[in-house]
Design a protein around this ligand. Structure first.
Ligand code: DI6
Ligand code: FE
Length: 404
């Protein structure tokens, strides 16, 4: 006996094993038992259930997954936005000690409680948009203790907002001011202390680094990857966002779950991602906010069969974006993804980018019952509306989320 059956639905399973666009099942149903999907298929052959909901032909999809955010932070960067609107560039602001470092100052000063509270608000905004799983990076603390504080805040906020979370240590995000004259010492601190502390406390699943001219070099990134692997953490990388540092190749060589941004990646880099089955995470919010013009090479990702995910990159500097719908709209309109690629980018491929492909991201028997019910007539609408308000209902591990 199922606990819940959502029936009289059109189901975009996003499961590649189901033939056709979106892995769609017309006149379909999804059944739930013990927080897992227990049936996906034609409504006519669904087993009996204690509760049955008739959806009147509405579309059901896997709940969305935002696989790249920096949503724990203090302060805001609205003044910096104003400076940029008056002509300053992101790089100029960063070199003048603003940018990421201004958020570092505010985040170090903030209490754990304040970080949790503001993060809950952002998580709830994403959740209203249909997001059940979020990745959250550190990177605004930079000392071992402050990075731990951020990751603890991420865990507590996710628990309070009842969303599934994956946490990523991004200690190589910016050079902290106290190490300005000794980069090597900072990288050593991260390798020898921060990673070990975070890993042994179970505060992160992966490490990431900002491999960039205004961030960290390939060699510095490599050192952190080596330390991360030693401590059993997975690898992710901010690569080729503002220039071609050949970071994606390095990430692929380390078997990274994902390489993210990738506006400046070349074909050799794309081929390396394909070979390593590393997911390309595209972040149109930062591209939009920075008014970039170089787009990620979507045609090359398709040609080489690199899975593309799409995420908000929610952060105070380059992507203050609280809407998964906007990420999908921008993925389509700015980067040229098809609506089906956009939805795959925030479901199936996002799950892969987090190492969660056996847990969520498609509607398939045995996976978590993370389900969104949308008031739309076609799944293309999820990328078509510019800022869709979100699903009518959202289930996370089989539990209905209240405000929907
Ligand atoms: N790339 C980005 O776009 C963000 N971090 C990164 O490595 C920016 C974060 C910020 O400006 O606060
Ligand atoms: Fe980012």
């Amino acid at each position: 006996m199922l606990e819940l059956l959502l029936t009289d639905a059109r189901v975009a399973t996003m499961d590649p094993a189901v033939a056709g666009p979106y892995g769609a099942i017309e006149a379909g149903a999804v059944g739930v038992r013990s927080g897992r999907v227990a049936y996906v298929g034609p409504a006519a052959s669904a087993p009996p259930a204690r509760h049955v909901e008739f959806l009147g032909g509405r579309w059901v999809t896997p709940a969305l997954i935002d696989c790249h955010t920096h949503l724990v932070f203090a302060g805001d960067r609205a003044r910096e936005f104003e400076a940029r609107q008056n002509g300053a560039t992101y790089e100029e602001i960063a070199r003048a000690g603003g940018g990421i470092l201004s958020t570092v100052r505010a985040t170090r000063e903030a209490s754990l409680e304040d970080l949790v509270e503001s993060a809950i608000g952002r998580l709830e905004a994403l959740r209203r948009g249909g997001v059940a799983t979020v990745e959250i990076k550190s990177g605004y603390g930079l000392t071992a203790g402050d990075e731990e504080k951020m990751l603890i805040a991420a865990g507590e906020a996710a628990r309070a907002a009842k969303v599934r979370v994956k946490r990523t240590l991004l200690a190589l995000h910016a050079l902290p001011p106290e190490y300005r004259s000794d980069r090597a010492a900072y990288v050593r601190l991260v390798c020898d202390e921060t990673i070990a502390r975070v890993a042994s406390a179970g505060l992160a699943d992966a490490v990431d680094a900002f491999c960039e001219g205004i961030g960290f070099t390939l060699e510095e990134t490599r050192a952190v990857f080596d330390a991360a692997l030693k401590h059993g953490l997975k690898i992710k990388l901010h690569a080729e966002q503002l220039s071609d540092m050949k970071g994606a190749r390095l990430a692929a060589a380390y078997g990274a779950l994902s390489a993210d941004h990738l506006e400046y990646i070349d074909e050799e880099g794309v081929a390396a991602l394909a070979k390593a089955k590393t997911v390309a995470v595209l972040l149109p919010g930062a591209f939009y906010a920075l008014k970039e013009t170089t787009k990620p090479p979507v045609a090359l990702f398709r040609k080489h069969g690199v899975a593309m995910a799409l995420a908000s990159d929610l952060n105070p500097g380059t992507s203050p974006m609280l809407s998964p719908s906007l990420a999908m709209s921008m993925g389509a309109t700015l980067f040229g993804l098809t609506p089906e690629e956009c939805l795959a980018g925030m479901t199936r491929n996002a799950a892969r980018a987090l190492g969660l492909d056996r847990e969520c991201g498609v509607l398939k028997t045995g996976l978590a019952a993370d389900i969104a019910i949308w008031p739309v007539d076609h799944p293309a609408e999820l990328s078509y509306w510019i800022g869709h308000p979100g699903p009518d209902a959202l289930f996370i591990a089989g539990a209905a989320v209240e405000e929907h």
